[in-house]
Design a protein around this ligand. Structure first.
Ligand code: 6PG
Length: 225
C-alpha cells in the first residue's frame, strides 16, 4: 500500500493547487479521448476546491461529472450532494459539464438504482476521482459496519450500491470501491488533525475496518490543518 501525502500551508493553497491539478488531468484525458469523467465527493470539505475548479478554462462540455456517493434526499435538501455540486461546481465555466445523476425521486435508493447505474457504468473507468474521508476512515458512502460493506468492497461488485450505516444519517447510494479505485487518477482530500490521525490509524487495517484502504494505493492525499 503506497500513496503520496502532500501537506499544504493552508486550506486555500490546497484548494487552488488541487483544482489546478485536477484541471490539468482532465485536459490530458480530453487530449486523448472525446470525453473525460470526473467523480467528486459531497460533504463539507470539497467546496473550496469546487470554487476554484469551476472557474478553470477547459472543454467542460466534454466532461462528465458525477458524485462518488449521495445521500438519498431531494435535491433541494441542504443535505444533498447534488445540490452542493450544482451550487459550487457546475457553475461558471464548469456549468457546461454533463452531470450524471446519482439521485432520482424515488423513496429508496433501491428503486432508483437500475436507471442510475446505466448512466454511471457507461462512463467508467473514471478519468479522475476526488474522494473525502471520514474520521471513521469511510470514503464515499462505504462506511465501516454498513449493511452492504462486503458487497461494496468485493471484486466485480455492482458499480452502484445502496448503503445504510450506523454512521450515515440517511440512506445512501455509492460507487463501489472497485469503480472508485479504477480511476486513472485518485485524489483524497482531508482537513484537520483528526483525519490525519485517522489516516495513520488506517495503516495495516483491512478495508472492511478502514474502507479508505480500498482506494488509497497509488493515490495522492492532500492535507491541510
Ligand atoms: O456524502 C458525503 O458526505 C461524502 O461523499 C463523504 O464520503 C465525505 O467525503 C466524508 O464523509 C467526509 O465528509 P466531510 O468532508 O464533510 O468531512
Amino acid at each position: 500500500m503506497s500513496y503520496k501525502f502532500v501537506e499544504y500551508a493552508d486550506r486555500e493553497m490546497l484548494a487552488l493547487d488541487l483544482a489546478n491539478l485536477i484541471a490539468g488531468e482532465l485536459r490530458t484525458a480530453l487530449s486523448q479521448s472525446d470525453s473525460a469523467t470526473l467523480a467528486v465527493p459531497g460533504g463539507t470539505s470539497p467546496g473550496p476546491v469546487f470554487d476554484d475548479l469551476c472557474a478553470v478554462d477547459l472543454d467542460w462540455d466534454r466532461v462528465n461529472v458525477m458524485l462518488t456517493d449521495e445521500r438519498w434526499v431531494p435535491e433541494d435538501s441542504d443535505r444533498s450532494n447534488t445540490r452542493l455540486l450544482r451550487e459550487r461546481l457546475l457553475t461558471d465555466k464548469a456549468a457546461a459539464a454533463n452531470l450524471l445523476p446519482l439521485y432520482a425521486p424515488y423513496d429508496t435508493p433501491e428503486e432508483g438504482l437500475g436507471e442510475l447505474a446505466k448512466g454511471i457504468e457507461a462512463q467508467l473507468p473514471l478519468s479522475v476521482v476526488l474522494l473525502g474521508m471520514g474520521a471513521d476512515m469511510h470514503t464515499a458512502s462505504i462506511f465501516p459496519e454498513a449493511d452492504k460493506l462486503d458487497e461494496a468492497l468485493a471484486p466485480n461488485a455492482p458499480v452502484l450500491l445502496p448503503m445504510r450505516a450506523p454512521g450515515a444519517p440517511e440512506p445512501r447510494i455509492t460507487l463501489s470501491a472497485e469503480a472508485l479505485d479504477g480511476a486513472m487518477s485518485k485524489h483524497i482530500l482531508i482537513f484537520g488533525a483528526e483525519k490525519r490521525a485517522a489516516l495513520e490509524n488506517a495503516k495495516g487495517k483491512a478495508p472492511k475496518d478502514a474502507p479508505i484502504n480500498a482506494v488509497l494505493n497509488g493515490a495522492t492525499v492532500h492535507w491541510a490543518e
